[in-house]
Design a protein around this ligand. Structure first.
Ligand code: B1M
Length: 211
């Protein structure tokens, strides 16, 4: 009998082909796909998030684990009705206008997804107007803004201001992050939260939604 513990361990190791095999073996045994996600894939990725936050795992390893987890999710996804996919809430995520850095932002997205959030990743160089449009379209619980350049931090402020002007800010929470961003800056621009790294971003999203 294949075990969830083995599957979690393969995710931690970033062993994509073993994850695929293990997920296929579990589904062939008739195991509930949601249990495979929660007790195997997400359980493994939670360990990765904790280790990454503690500095015990590094970016390339986290990316391998995230890729392995996604490969497993893709196998079970067709077996689960969309509404049954575990979700703590919806997050619209993007790197702000003028900024093309996306490695950290994508890590944030992956760890949010592996923590059970539905993530709409808009990409890079996203203008305040595009964030507003995405909020109107997707009605998220959280908007997550990333910036890696000191020069693009102002676009975070402009995005929050436009969400306010459009009457959307009170309906959601806004979190910010990226190397030049700080808690002080987040407070100055009226964000609801700041996370220094991807693991903390997932914890922060749960905290601000009181999960
Ligand atoms: Co650029 N770059 N870059 N760059 N680049 C930096 C950021 C820089 C610090 C390098 C330096 O000078 N030492 C510097 C910024 C200086 C500053 O303003 N403070 C810089 C510069 C100046 C530039 C250009 C202007 C260079 C030029 O053209 N003259 C140019 C700007 C382009 C643009 O954006 N318009 C540029 C371009 C690029 C590349 C395209 C070549 C490439 C980006 C590729 C890509 O992302 N697809 C690149 C890279 C790779 C870097 C460095 C080397 C690495 C960034 C990275 O991916 N780190 C970077 C120097 C460095 O950091 N050592 C640098 C790994 C990643 C996992 O960390 O992104 O910090 P990070 O994400 C972390 C946290 O910050 C946090 O969680 C992540 C994981 O823990 N986090 C969040 C991030 N977003 C978050 C959101 C959250 C919460 C947490 O909530 C919403």
């Amino acid at each position: 009998m294949s075990s969830f513990a083995d599957l979690a361990q393969y995710v931690i190791e970033g062993a994509e082909s073993q994850v695929r095999e293990q997920v296929k073996s579990l589904t062939a045994q008739g195991v509930n796909p949601l249990e495979i996600i929660n007790q195997g894939l997400i359980a493994g990725m939670s360990v990765v998030g904790t280790r990454f936050k503690a500095g015990d795992m590094f970016v390339p390893e986290v990316l391998m684990s995230a890729r392995a987890m996604s490969a497993g999710i893709e196998i079970v996804r067709p077996l689960i009705a969309e509404t049954d996919m575990p979700s703590f809430g919806k997050v619209v995520l993007g790197t702000v206008k003028g900024d093309l850095h996306d490695i950290g932002k994508n890590l944030v997205g992956m760890l949010l997804e592996s923590s059970g959030f539905k993530v709409i990743n808009l990409g890079v160089d996203i203008s305040p107007e595009q964030f507003v449009q995405a909020v109107k379209e997707h009605n998220p619980d959280i908007v997550a803004l990333s910036a890696l350049l000191t020069t693009t931090m102002t676009a975070m402020k402009e995005t929050i201001e436009l969400l306010q002007e459009e009457g959307l800010k009170d309906k959601l929470k806004i979190i910010v992050g990226g190397a030049p961003v700080s808690m002080d800056f987040a407070d100055q621009i009226g964000a609801d939260g700041y996370a220094p790294d991807a693991g903390s971003a997932a914890d922060l999203c749960k905290k601000i939604l009181c999960l």
